[in-house]
Design a protein around this ligand. Sequence first.
Ligand code: HEM
Length: 211
Amino acid sequence: MRDSLRQLLLSRWTKLVLFLLCLSPVGYVFWRAYQSNLTANPVEFVQHFTGDWTLRFLLITLSITPLRKLLNLPDLIRFRRMCGLFAFFYVCLHLLTYLWPDQNFDFAGMWKDVSKRPFITVGFLGFILLIPLALTSTKGWIRRLGGKRWQALHRLIYVTALCGVVHYYWLVKSDHRLPLFYGAILALLLLYRLSVSILKPRPAVTVSPPR
Ligand code: HEM
């Protein structure tokens, strides 16, 4: 059973299926657009949809390390980079829905918004912090930075996810249940991370390069 699960995780096809699954939310939007079914406010629909998927992918990426340890499935690491890059992909689409139909590519107007509206400020910070993570996600960058520095840099993903949760919490006017739900998941993941590093000081840092 365990061996076949390992084989499944190591298969190239599993990676391809996961890639298509990660892309399926985009397919869903195109399908709804094709059916002229993007609600009365298509821009708002796509903006919210891509924002939701950014946050989900951030949390999925952060769940991979705890899951591989708790389920004793080290090969799950193969999927972490892809999930993280999809978080970046969805935040780029999210930003685009803001820059294009909302701001008409008026960067000065966007900057005003970023500096005046706290929920935009914190969302923008989350986006900026994701850029170095996406750029340094390759094997070459792990080698260049060294495992320890690379890991330290990539811990920024927790800050990005926190920015995402705060951004969501601040923009919601009445029903805060969903942002609080995402916040609770993030808190659990952070607690896990903290307890691991407090209880088990690691002698050497090894980073598994993306496969
Ligand atoms: C890591 C970065 C980010 C995450 C995780 C994120 C996540 C989200 C989420 C979950 C929503 C609400 C979706 C819903 O209501 O279903 C949202 C809405 C929104 N986000 Fe982001 N976002 C991020 C970055 C940004 C950036 C950089 C901008 C623009 C500069 C931005 C602008 C907006 C706007 C304008 C809305 C809609 C607000 C409204 O309708 O009142 N977000 N975002």
